[in-house]
Design a binder for this molecule. Structure first.
Ligand code: URA
Ligand code: ZN
Length: 366
């Protein structure tokens, strides 16, 4: 049996979502600027349309690779990817009005399911949730409905939850429903860090600080808040796939664990009794993608969660080559090389990370 390559971190904005972004005047939106009338730009990240930060004020160019599923398949074929688990890209449905949340989620998820149906065996999906809905019941209802979408294997979630983060008690029914329906969360950043963290010269370094540091720190903080709040002790079956190899979680896990063990406040509140350690959570609740671009990062991910819990990803269509005619994407090659360098001769283990782990964890071959 030849082993398959699975991409668990790969995005799409389905056509109706693109129309929505084109119809909007404020973040997130797609716009054509008068001085470049032939090119649409995608403006999504906080501060990206701030005129005082010239280099990041225009978002990024956007073309059919963001919405045309044929482009996804073309990219997969070019990079030898057999199966992709596609997910709506940030900022998902976070900005949708409460009144429109349920309907927009249904429509978006149905559309993503239809994209998967066009390419049997090649595409599966993480669905989006109507987090801005007026009540968690609406979110729970959409989670239950996802059973009818044959290619859905989990949900993609940002870090904001219902507005107060993922350690919010109001999310308990949502986590309950996800466990009941055996749907893992793909946890992905969007909001980064407060802009002051990037300093007054942030505009001079493009997207480097928010994407290289803001994104991973956001994920690290979000999942650490979940751990500290005891959510993984309450929901032992909750599964979370962390984007970008967990941000900095593999590297900081020991420090986080030690800070918890030495915290007088947590001890007084009785929160140190009966808790599972961060290492147990990493090895039973957490999966890490391989979108970390280095052998060192892959080794850290495997060291933290184990060789069966790390899964290849590309982040397509983000991070395209800056030189238009590059045959193979540098970002993808770097992630492939990181895996092969980390495993050397251990081909079986490399194959697990490249595909087998995702096939098993996300049940991709039933
Ligand atoms: N930039 C984004 O906004 N999202 C991604 O997923 C990757 C890069
Ligand atoms: Zn991504």
């Amino acid at each position: 049996m030849t082993s398959k390559i699975v991409d668990v971190h790969t995005h799409v904005y389905p056509p109706s979502y693109i129309s929505l972004l084109r119809s909007r005047e404020k973040l997130p939106y797609i716009r054509i600027f008068p001085d470049a009338p032939n090119a649409s730009r995608l403006i999504i990240l906080p501060g990206e349309d701030d005129p005082s930060k010239p280099s990041t004020s225009r978002g990024r160019p956007i073309g059919p690779e963001y919405w045309d599923i044929k482009e996804k398949i073309y990219f997969m074929d070019k990079h030898k990817i057999d199966i992709s688990v596609i997910s709506l890209a940030n900022p998902w449905l976070d900005f949708i009005s409460p009144e429109a949340a349920a309907e927009t989620a249904e429509k978006t998820n149905d559309e993503i399911e239809e994209l998967c149906e066009k390419y049997p065996g090649r595409l599966y999906a993480f669905a989006a949730l109507p987090l801005s809905a007026s009540s968690p019941d609406i979110i729970v209802k959409e989670i239950a409905r996802l059973k009818s979408l044959k290619h859905v294997r989990g949900v993609i979630l940002g870090t904001s939850g219902l507005g107060k983060g993922l350690d919010d008690e109001a999310l308990v029914p949502v986590f309950e429903a996800l466990c009941e329906n055996q749907l893992p969360i793909f946890l992905h950043p969007h909001y980064g860090l407060p802009s002051e963290a990037y300093g007054p010269k942030a505009g001079e370094s493009g997207h480097v600080l928010p994407l290289a540091l803001g994104f991973p720190m956001e994920t690290t903080i979000a999942v650490t808040r979940m751990i500290v709040s005891g959510i993984f002790d309450q929901f032992k079956d909750l599964k979370v796939l962390l984007a970008h190899s967990g941000g900095t979680l593999p590297f900081l896990a020991g420090r986080i664990e030690s800070c918890i063990q030495h915290d007088g406040h947590l001890k007084k509140a009785g929160k140190l009794e009966g808790r599972r350690s961060i290492w147990e959570i990493l090895r039973s609740n957490i999966y890490l993608d391989g979108v970390v671009y280095s052998e060192v990062g892959i080794r850290a991910a495997i060291g933290a969660s184990g060789g069966t819990r790390v899964m290849f990803g590309t982040d397509h269509p983000f991070f395209p080559p800056l030189v238009g005619d590059e045959k193979e994407w540098l970002s993808v090659r770097t992630n492939y090389d990181a895996i092969s360098n980390a495993f050397g001769e251990a081909k079986e283990e490399a194959e697990a990370v490249l595909g087998r782990n995702a096939i098993q964890a996300l049940n991709l071959e039933d």
